[in-house]
Write a protein that binds this ligand. Structure first.
Ligand code: NCD
Ligand code: ZN
Length: 346
C-alpha cells in the first residue's frame, strides 16, 4: 500500500470563487491545490462582458498572496440578450475561456440565465465556429418536473436537440449526477463532463440523515445510490470524457441553515483529499492523475501543468467550520477524518 502519491499539479474545471470578502476568504483554498480553475460567472450581477471578466480576474489574483501561482480561467454568463460579438471578442482576447449556460432560475444567482436555448442560437453558432467550449448546468427548471428528474429530462429535451443542432460545438455537462448523464456523455465525441467530490461521496439519503441536512444540499442535488456508483465508475474508468470539477460553492452557514437554504457545498478546502479517498476506495489511485490533471487540459486544448503535488497517507481532521471573509462556512467532510493529506508541491 503506497504511503505517498505524487501527481502532476491538477486543475479545477468548475469552481465558485465568489467576490468581495468571501473571495478573499476562499481563493487560496483553490489556489493551493490547483494550478488553474474555470471560474463560474454567477456573481451579482453576473459576468456578462469582457470588461467585467477582466476586472473579476484581477480581483481574484489580488485576493491571493503574491507568491502563489494560479491562473483563473474566466467564463461568460449567457443571457437571452448577450451578443455573439462580445463572446467572440472575449475569447479572442484570451479573457473568456468558455461560456456558461444556466437555464434561468436553475440554481444560485441564475435569474438572468437563458429562458430558451432558441434565443441564443446565434451565440452558439459563433461558439461552434471559433471552437469555444459551452459549459452547461444541465437541469430543466419547470416546477412540474420532479427535482430528482431534472437532469435526465434536460438531457432528453434540451441537450439532445442542442447537440444535434451544433454537432461540432465542444460542450461540458457540468457536475453530472446521474447514470443518464454518464451514458449520454460517453457517446458524444465533442463532449465531456465534470464530476464533483460530493456527488462521488453522497447519495440523496445524506440530505435526510437523522433530520434535514442543509449542508448536503447542492444543485443538481445528489441522487439515488445507483447514480453515485455510476459516477464513481465513470470517474475512475480511464475514459477521457470525465474529469475533475469541484463545484465548490461556499455559502455562509446562516444562509444554508435557513427557511430557504442556499444550494452549494464548499468542497475546495479538502478537494484532493476527497477525490483521493474515492479513487482509493475504488482501487483506482492510478487513475487519479489522469482525472485530475490530464483530461481537463486535453479537452480545453491547454498545456499540462509542469509542477507536481504530493499526497501523503496521514489522517486529516476536517474542522466543523471555517471562519473566512467575516463568515462562517462549513466545509465538505466537516468533522470527518480523511486518510490522504495534501502535502503541497512535490
Ligand atoms: C452553486 C452556487 O452556489 O453558486 N450552487 C450549487 O449548488 N452548485 C451554483 C451551481 O453551480 O449550481
Ligand atoms: Zn457550480
Amino acid at each position: 500500500m503506497a504511503d505517498a502519491l505524487v501527481i502532476r499539479r491538477p486543475d479545477d474545471w468548475h469552481v465558485h470563487l465568489r467576490d468581495g470578502d468571501m473571495l478573499k476568504g476562499v481563493a487560496l483554498f483553490t489556489a493551493r491545490q490547483f494550478a488553474r480553475a474555470i471560474v463560474m460567472p454567477n456573481l451579482k450581477p453576473p459576468i456578462t462582458t469582457v470588461e467585467q471578466a477582466r476586472a473579476y480576474r484581477e480581483r481574484i489574483v489580488a485576493a491571493l498572496p503574491e507568491d502563489v501561482a494560479f491562473e483563473p480561467l474566466m467564463t461568460a454568463y449567457l443571457t437571452d440578450a448577450i451578443s455573439p460579438g462580445e463572446i467572440e471578442t472575449g475569447f479572442r482576447e484570451g479573457v473568456f475561456a468558455a461560456c456558461k449556460l444556466y437555464p434561468a432560475n436553475a440554481t444560485t444567482n441564475s435569474a438572468h440565465g437563458v429562458t430558451s436555448v432558441e434565443l441564443i442560437h446565434d451565440v452558439l453558432e459563433t461558439m461552434q465556429r471559433i471552437d469555444m467550449p459551452l459549459l452547461i448546468h444541465g437541469e430543466v427548471t419547470s416546477p412540474e418536473i420532479d427535482v430528482f428528474d431534472r437532469e435526465a429530462v434536460f438531457i432528453d429535451t434540451v441537450l439532445t436537440p442542442l447537440v444535434a443542432a451544433f454537432p461540432e460545438l465542444r460542450i461540458v455537462l457540468e457536475h453530472i449526477t446521474t447514470t443518464e448523464a454518464v451514458d449520454f456523455v460517453r457517446d458524444q465525441p465533442k463532449m465531456a463532463a465534470t464530476i464533483t467530490p460530493h456527488h462521488l461521496e453522497i447519495n440523496r439519503n445524506a440530505l435526510f440523515a437523522g433530520g434535514l441536512r442543509p449542508h448536503m444540499y447542492c444543485l443538481p442535488t445528489a441522487k439515488r445510490e445507483k447514480h453515485r456508483l455510476a459516477l464513481r465508475a465513470a470517474a475512475t474508468s480511464g475514459d477521457p470524457h470525465y474529469f475533475l470539477g469541484t463545484d465548490s460553492a461556499p455559502h455562509a452557514v446562516s444562509a444554508k441553515e435557513s427557511d430557504c437554504g442556499c444550494a452549494g457545498i464548499f468542497g475546495a478546502p479538502y478537494a484532493l483529499e476527497s477525490y483521493a479517498k474515492v479513487f482509493e476506495e475504488e482501487g483506482a489511485l492510478d487513475q487519479l492523475e489522469a482525472f485530475a490533471s490530464e483530461r481537463g487540459p486535453a479537452f480545453y486544448g491547454l498545456p499540462l501543468n509542469e509542477g507536481r503535488v504530493r499526497l501523503e497517507r496521514a489522517p486529516v481532521e476536517v474542522p466543523r467550520n471555517l471562519s473566512l471573509g467575516g463568515e462562517v462556512v462549513r466545509p465538505f467532510h466537516a468533522e470527518a477524518t480523511l486518510q490522504w493529506r495534501f502535502a503541497g508541491p512535490a
